[in-house]
Design a protein around this ligand. Sequence first.
Ligand SMILES: C[S@@+](CC[C@H](N)C(=O)[O-])C[C@H]1O[C@@H](n2cnc3c(N)ncnc32)[C@H](O)[C@@H]1O
Length: 335
Amino acid sequence: MSEAEAFEKIHQISMGHMISRIVHAGTFLRIPDYVENGPKKAEDVAKDLNANVDNIYRLMRAMSSQGIMKEEDDHVFSKTPMSTLLTSGPQGYARSIILAECSDVHYRGFLSLVKTIQTGIFHGPSDNGVENFWDIHRNHPDVDLEFSKNMTALSLRQSPIVVKESDFTGCEITCDLGGSQGIITREILKQNPHVKKGINFDMGHLIELNKKQIREGSEMDRFEDQSGDFFTAVPYADAYTMKFIFHDWNDELCRKILSNIEKANPKAIVYIYDSIIDTKNQPGLFPLLDIKMMHFLDGRERSVEDWNTLVSGSNYRIASMNSTIQPGIVKLVHK
Ligand SMILES: C[S@@+](CC[C@H](N)C(=O)[O-])C[C@H]1O[C@@H](n2cnc3c(N)ncnc32)[C@H](O)[C@@H]1O
């Protein structure tokens, strides 16, 4: 990389938080909805939103600079594939990524990152006046809902792949711990007609929200939402799945979940769907996500070595690991 390229890259990085907050503002104001059905004048959008005309124009221009909509004519903007993904309609499944990840509470939480790095104690939640990341969500139901929708959007892409790579032969009951809106459990039931019951297990407030939703599909006859705390106890099952759960917690707390699984059924198989990262020079999102886990949850994105360390302190052993897909799969069986 030349010095000029290095400088340009650093300049881009310095804009990162501004870009995400600009896109958050535009998404929050539903600007992508306005251009979805045909080109739209910034003035008309401003009028409809009862907002400052010049500022709406400048916001739309800034969003265009990132490929979110296109200025076709003076002050007239049209949609792009990115703006469609940020609409509030059925095709706008990326809207919740922006509304959750770039929300005020997540943004504010990053203010104390240096403190976390220096002290080794995670400070993300304390900047929001709470002790626990999930309490931030409990106190902000709007962010909580967008976060769940975001996890669902990701799950809809990932579940068919990880479930296909997992073997539920001989399992009558499965349980997805921290299952959010139940996408993994539904996929297990769809791909495994022999499974009699699939339990989607999550915290009470989330399960209550699930129950208010209309969820259709023949697999729903065998689907059950159950609320609880996986640090206290988990329901009986023949197979447990957990997608993006262990990355939220430190090794000790992950082992606590494993010991609760052991108490419920030591013979059960355990499938962990999580990152298995390469430690050196890995480009992409996971080393960045690792910092979020460190700062908000005392969690981590784990390498093969990290997984071995975590599991070696439990009564389980790693039966197999698959890092060829995303997320990776760590299969555990009782020792
Ligand atoms: C990162 S999200 C993953 C959601 C889902 N597994 C997925 O991949 O889309 C973590 C989930 O764990 C749930 N959770 C956190 N603490 C929990 C606890 N103590 N008991 C049960 N569920 C919990 C959260 O409500 C959230 O749905």
